[in-house]
Design a binder for this molecule. Structure first.
Ligand code: ZN
Length: 494
C-alpha cells in the first residue's frame, strides 16, 4: 500500500491521518480485502493456461533452499507506454527469457516500450536502438557483482520516482491485443527481496524484535505464494498491499539486519509451511484465515485460526474508531451494491431501519449483518460485503467514500444519522503489527511474538544462504507510513 502511495507520488512523509485518507481512497479504488476476489473475474487474458486446481491438503512442505521470487512491479496497460530501466552509463544486457541468447547490450538509461511490431529499446543517449519480437525478455545489469552497481533503476512513468531493484527484470507481454499491455516483473532471491518488504511494511524506528517477527511472517507468506503459484502464474506477488509492500533496494538498516538475523526462518506446523498472513491491527477481534482470506485447505492450518487475548494493540489509534454518516448515503450505496450483485431485495431497499450484526466469529469479529427496512425487508450479507458496499463512493456520484478500516463494524441507525463503530485496520488474520510492536516494547522476542499470533506454530530454520546478499543503497530512501497487511493467494489474478 505504501508503495502504491509513493508510486502515485501523493505522500512521502505524511501523518497517520493523511495516510489513512489515502489508504481508504486506494481501498475504494482497488478494493482491499476480499474485494480483490472480484479482480479475478475481470476480462484479463492469461499468459498460460493454469494447471488443474490440485487440492493442497495440509499446506506446502517447507523448502530446504532459498527460492527466487517474482514480484510484479507494475502492469503497463497501454501500448507505447514507456519504462526507463538502468541508471546513467550502467551497462545492461537484454536476453531471451531463458537467458540463453543475448539480444542486445546497452548503456542506461534504456527506454522500453511495446509497439505493434514488438519491443522498442532505445538508449536515452539516442545511440543504441533495437526492435525485438513481442516475447518475454530479460533485462539485467551486465556486472557480475551483486553490489550497488547491479541494482537496476526503474521508472515506470515520468511522474514516478526512480526506484532501484536487485536481481533481474522480466518484461512479459500479456498477449491482449490491441492494448499491448505487459507486466514488469522483478525476479530476485527471496532474502534479497525481504529488506524491501520490511522497509515498506514497518515504521523505521520500530523495535528490532518487531522487525524480526515481521521478517519471519513476511518470509512465510512469500514462500507460500511462491509454492502456491508455481507453474500457474508468471509472477508470485504484487509489490503493493495486494500482497505485501516491496520498495526494492532499501537503506533501512534495521530491515537489512533483521532479514540477516532471521535468515531462512519460516513458520512451521507439523512439517508444513504456515502462510504468514498479517495485518495492521486486529482491533482485539482476530479473524480466521478460512473466513477472511478464503476457502483454501491451507487456510485451515491450526495456527491461522486466530489468537486469544490480550489485545496488545489496544493503544493503537486504529484499535477502535468511529464514523458518523447520513442514512440516505447508506441507503444509496446499499441499493447500488444490490444492483451490482443482482441482489434484488437489496436493490429495492426502502427506508433503512437497522443494520444489526447477525453472526460473529469466536473472537467477536463481525461475520454477517442483517439489513432491515421499514417496509419489512430483511437482507443478510457478509460483513465484508457490507464494508465493500459502503465504500462504493464512486457508484453514487463520486461522493466521498466512507473510511472503513476493516469489516469489523457495528452500525446504529438514529433517525437520519448512522453511527458506525469499528475495530482494527485490515483483515485481522495472523500477526497484528501494532500488537507485535507493543509486545516487543514489553520485552518479547520475535519467537514469542510469532508463536502468540500463530498459536501452535514453531519457527523453523528452512535454509541458510551464506552467499546470499542483501542490498543497501541510498536511492530508495522512503520509509513506511503505516503497517500493512499481507493478502491471500486469491487476492491476485495471474
Ligand atoms: Zn491486535
Amino acid at each position: 500500500m505504501r508503495l502504491l502511495c509513493r508510486q502515485m507520488g501523493v505522500c512521502h512523509r505524511v501523518s497517520i491521518t493523511a495516510w489513512l485518507v489515502v489508504w481508504c481512497f486506494l481501498c475504494m479504488v482497488l478494493g482491499c480485502s476480499s474485494a480483490h476476489e472480484d479482480e479475478g473475474k475481470k476480462q484479463e487474458p492469461i499468459l498460460r493456461a493454469p494447471a488443474p486446481e490440485a487440492p493442497i491438503p495440509n499446506g506446502h512442505t517447507i523448502p530446504n533452499k532459498e527460492p527466487d521470487i517474482r514480484i510484479r512491479l507494475d502492469r503497463i496497460r497501454n501500448r507505447g507506454e514507456r519504462v526507463i530501466i538502468g541508471t546513467d552509463e550502467q551497462r545492461l544486457r537484454v536476453t531471451d527469457r531463458h537467458q540463453e541468447s543475448l539480444l542486445g547490450a546497452f548503456s542506461g538509461p534504456l527506454e522500453v516500450y511495446l509497439a505493434s511490431d514488438g519491443w522498442r529499446l532505445k538508449e536515452s543517449s539516442g545511440r543504441g536502438r533495437v526492435t525485438l519480437p513481442t516475447e518475454e525478455i530479460i533485462v539485467r545489469a551486465a556486472t557480475q557483482d551483486t553490489g550497488d552497481s547491479s541494482l537496476l533503476g526503474v521508472q515506470t512513468s515520468t511522474n514516478q520516482p526512480v526506484r532501484k531493484y536487485p536481481g533481474l527484470l522480466r518484461l512479459v507481454p500479456r498477449g491482449d491485443e490491441p492494448s499491448g499491455s505487459w507486466d514488469l516483473i522483478n525476479e530476485v532471491p527471496l532474502e534479497s527481496y525481504l529488506p524491501g518488504v520490511l522497509a515498506g511494511e514497518l515504521y523505521s524506528g520500530w523495535h528490532p524484535a518487531t522487525y524480526d517477527a515481521q521478517a519471519i511472517a513476511a518470509r512465510s507468506y512469500a514462500v507460500n505464494e511462491i509454492l502456491s503459484r508455481l507453474g500457474r502464474s508468471h509472477f508470485d506477488v504484487e509489490s503493493s498491499v495486494r500482497s505485501q509492500v516491496y520498495l526494492g533496494a532499501t537503506n533501512n538498516q534495521e530491515a537489512i539486519k533483521s532479514v540477516e538475523r532471521t535468515q531462512g526462518q519460516v513458520l512451521g506446523y507439523e512439517d508444513r509451511l504456515v502462510p504468514g498472513y498479517y495485518s495492521s491491527c486486529c482491533g482485539g477481534h482476530p479473524a480466521l484465515a478460512s473466513e477472511a482470506i478464503g476457502p483454501n485447505p491451507i487456510n485451515e492450518l491450526e495456527p491461522l485460526n486466530g489468537h486469544g487475548p490480550p489485545a496488545y494493540c489496544d493503544e493503537a489509534t486504529v484499535f477502535h474508531w468511529t464514523r458518523k454518516t447520513n442514512r440516505h448515503l447508506i441507503e444509496d450505496r446499499l441499493r447500488s451494491f444490490g444492483k451490482q450483485t443482482a441482489n434484488e431485495l437489496l436493490a429495492k431497499l426502502g427506508q433503512l431501519q437497522s443494520i444489526d450484526t447477525k453472526t460473529v466469529n469466536p473472537f467477536g469479529r463481525a461475520l454477517s449483518m442483517e439489513i432491515k427496512d421499514t417496509q419489512g425487508r430483511s437482507i443478510v450479507i457478509s460483513a465484508t460485503q457490507l464494508r465493500r458496499a459502503l465504500m462504493r463512493g464512486d457508484a453514487v456520484g463520486g461522493r466521498a467514500s466512507l473510511q472503513l478500516l476493516s469489516e469489523n463494524i457495528r452500525l446504529f441507525v438514529d433517525g437520519n444519522v448512522v453511527n458506525i463503530d469499528g475495530w482494527g485496520f485490515g483483515h485481522g488474520v495472523g500477526l497484528c503489527q501494532f500488537g507485535a510492536q507493543a509486545m516487543a516494547n514489553s520485552g518479547n522476542k520475535a519467537n514469542a511474538i510469532v508463536t502468540f499470533y500463530y498459536p501452535g506454530a514453531t519457527v523453523v530454520s528452512a535454509y541458510s544462504t551464506p552467499e546470499s546478499l542483501t542490498h543497501s543503497t541510498d536511492q530508495n530512501t522512503e520509509e513506511a507510513q503505516a503497517p500493512n497487511q499481507a493478502q491471500s493467494p486469491s487476492a491476485q489474478e495471474p
